[in-house]
Design a protein around this ligand. Structure first.
Ligand code: 5AD
Length: 393
């Protein structure tokens, strides 16, 4: 199984390489391998993450070719004659990003958290949930399965802000995964000192998922007591300077957030100019002070996605699990048809998955990974999308 298409190296210019597949040209940064033109590679989010044997790559491309063209045709057909906001966003996505769709895996390795964010089910002061931590070896084993058995090319490693994972442990984790797996490692571990993030980058983690949650500094202060929006934005900018491919965004439907705030949220995401936009609905959790707040309607979330797509046509926008949770059957499809072009698959071991309850009723809890993968592939096929995230356009 494969969530990416191999590309042939056609040009090497220091760390930047140019790859080609089915006539499409992409650029990617190579920090891991000694490459020669004519070799084949997988890339994710603009980073070369692994090499592929020539014979294997050619066979894969042969198998893909016909399917690829059919998918493209289907996508184009579905994007024709747009009328509604969602359709216009979808046509914009088609025009600027074609039918490529990234499918990222996520491993939630600890639900311990030193923070007390008002909206979050794993906040420190929620005593109702069962806490867990995966050992470094457990996480590496899960990553190995995800990459080498299931074919994932990008993995988000997410946790609460858990100081048990010291810099030393995190470095060991990143190095061990990179030794075994040709994969883009996306860290989602919250606040850490910039030098720690720098060392983790050097060790092989090239991407970071870090939301700013809301562009409204008053709401930010209320949601995260004692913390400042400015510090979060500074951290995000520093991560970009280090070289991280940043995934960022905000929550939709926080108490007090207005329509104007949401437009500011989109604008701030655009200013940050992340590799991928990530925004999802806020879903109240009973173990938090916001237990009684309202859940946003699906249309509010789709509207944000559509507006972001139209304002930032070149962006990559992920359908978050929280959006899928609002409409378990149709959420992913609706998101992808309203401007989004990326999906997540939860790969947290089943015995822990239920406990990573940042919000209740999460989509995917009741499914095996195999069923979820099958569901996603079927969905992508039905709307003409291909897992072709091979690099920067
Ligand atoms: N509903 C939806 N998303 C949430 N997150 C935290 N709590 C909730 C909630 N109740 C999101 C935050 C965080 C990400 C890991 O999970 O945006 O950045």
């Amino acid at each position: 199984m494969c969530y990416s298409i191999p590309g042939k190296v056609v040009k090497i210019d220091g760390k930047m390489i140019t790859v080609e597949y089915f006539g499409e040209i992409r650029k990617a940064k190579n920090e891991f391998y000694d490459l020669m033109p004519g070799q084949y590679v997988y890339a994710q989010g603009g980073f070369v993450v692994s090499t592929v044997e020539v014979k294997e790559a050619q066979e894969l491309l042969q198998n893909w070719k016909e399917v690829f063209l059919k998918l493209k045709e289907k996508d184009l057909r579905l994007a024709r004659e747009p009328k509604t906001l969602y359709q216009i966003a979808n046509a914009t996505r088609q025009k600027h990003q074609d039918n490529s769709c990234c499918v990222h895996g996520i491993i939630e390795f600890s639900n311990y958290c030193a923070c007390d964010c008002m909206y979050c089910g794993i906040r420190k002061n929620n005593r109702e949930i069962k806490r867990y931590r995966m050992t470094i070896d457990e996480i590496v084993k899960q990553a190995d399965t995800a990459v080498n058995k299931l074919g994932f090319k990008a993995l988000v490693l997410q946790s609460g802000e858990d100081p048990w994972y010291t810099e030393k442990k995190l470095l060991e984790l990143v190095k061990k995964i990179r030794e075994k797996c040709g994969v883009l490692i996306v860290l989602s571990i919250g606040d850490r000192p910039v030098p720690v993030y720098k060392n983790l980058y050097e060790a092989g983690a090239k991407s970071a998922l870090i939301r700013f949650e809301t562009a409204n500094e008053i709401i930010y202060g209320k949601m995260k007591e004692g913390k400042k929006l400015k510090d979060r934005i500074d951290l995000i900018n520093k991560l970009k300077e280090i070289g991280y491919l940043v995934i960022s965004g905000f929550l939709i439907g926080l108490p007090g957030q207005t329509e104007y705030d949401l437009m500011e949220d989109i604008r701030l995401t655009g200013d940050i100019n992340p590799e991928m936009f990530s925004f999802g609905p806020f879903i109240p959790h009973k173990g938090t002070p916001l237990a009684k707040e309202r859940i946003p309607a699906l249309d509010e979330v789709l509207t944000v996605i559509a507006r972001a797509r139209i304002l930032y046509p070149e962006s990559k926008i992920v359908v978050t699990t929280a959006l899928e949770t609002l409409d378990k059957k149709g959420g992913a499809r609706k998101g992808l048809m309203s401007g989004a072009n990326s999906l997540m698959i939860n790969l947290t071991p089943e015995k822990y998955r239920d406990h990573y309850e940042i919000y209740p009723g999460r989509k995917g809890m009741e499914q095996t990974v195999e069923d979820r993968i099958a569901e996603v592939l079927k969905l992508l096929e039905s709307i003409g999308r291909a897992p072709t995230d091979i690099g920067l356009a």
